[in-house]
Design a protein around this ligand. Structure first.
Ligand code: NAP
Length: 258
């Protein structure tokens, strides 16, 4: 899919967890369409390598700051620094997440807490910290959270992540209502399984479930990172001007497959 060249020229964006997987695909797309982009996550090696790759392979300059979305004060300082460096923040993509497979009867409270802390609390921390910048965004700030179709269906053996994603979706609805007066749109994209990501490699292929999952996807293939990036651009650009508090599902109709 192609958007108008420079569709996001003059915009600034932060993608949490933007060094890898779906986040990196979003960064590439935002950058190629003219946005100035920053990324943050915990591992400096990943961030450095990604920034180098974006420059060499995609011709886009991306800045990075090390940060842990669980640390409310720390991530607030990171976001404040990024907003100052970029001269504002129009688009916040809450993509950082953690997950692992574990039957709920064996799940420790620590395991539960860790995933809720990264996914749900981390999303809250980033939205709260980005608010002063998003309020000043010329065409209305955009918050786009990366959720999962499992937020609705439940997520057997990853109940921690399913519950966190359901919480994120509810948070986006609340923010769309509370922060609409600031011109801020808050939405979420719910991907199905996306090829070449930790999510598919570790949670599906490594469990020997690739064929079973593909058989349930009516379009017959895993999605691509670019499919999610296209949905983010739709919500982040002029195309998303009157869209807030809602979901964009990108799953090849997997929810309805059997
Ligand atoms: P991924 O490559 O593992 O991306 C997760 C990113 O989050 C990593 O870059 C990681 O970087 C960062 N991160 C983890 N904990 C963090 C923390 N405490 N603070 C800051 N950053 C943190 O996985 P992915 O598969 O691309 O997933 C991206 C998003 O899509 C997630 O929200 C996931 O739930 C969602 N999703 C994925 C799929 C799929 O098929 N892959 C399907 C549905 C939804 P560091 O390790 O450097 O911190």
């Amino acid at each position: 899919m192609s958007f108008a060249e420079n569709a996001l020229a003059g915009k600034t964006a932060l993608v949490t967890g933007g060094a890898t997987g779906i986040g990196a695909a979003i960064v590439r797309k935002l950058g190629k369409l003219g946005a100035r982009v920053a990324i943050t996550s915990r591992k400096e090696d990943n961030l450095k390598a990604a920034v180098q790759g974006f420059a060499e392979e995609d011709g886009i300059e991306v800045i990075y700051r090390v940060g842990d979305v669980r640390d409310s004060d720390g991530i607030a300082a990171v976001i404040s620094d990024i907003g100052s460096q970029l001269g504002g923040l129009d688009i916040l993509v809450c993509n950082a997440a953690g997950n692992f497979i574990c039957p709920t009867e064996d799940l420790s409270s620590n395991g539960w807490r860790t995933v809720i802390d990264i996914d749900l609390n981390g999303t809250f921390n980033c939205c709260q910290a980005a608010l002063p910048f998003l309020k000043n965004a010329a065409s209305g700030g955009r918050i786009i959270s990366i959720s999962s179709t499992h937020a609705d269906s439940g997520w057997p053996t990853a109940a921690h992540a399913g519950a966190a994603k359901a919480g994120i979706q509810n948070l986006m609805k609340s923010l769309s209502a509370e922060w609409g007066k600031y011109g801020i749109r808050a939405n979420w994209v719910s991907p199905g399984p996306i090829e070449g990501t930790e999510g598919v490699d570790r949670l599906i292929i490594a469990q020997g479930k690739a064929r079973e999952v593909l058989n349930r996807i009516p379009l017959g293939t895993f999605g691509q990172g670019e499919d999610i990036a296209n949905a983010v651009v739709f919500l982040a650009g002029e195309t998303g001007a009157y869209v807030s508090g809602t979901e964009l599902v990108v799953d090849g109709a997997a929810r309805w497959g059997s």
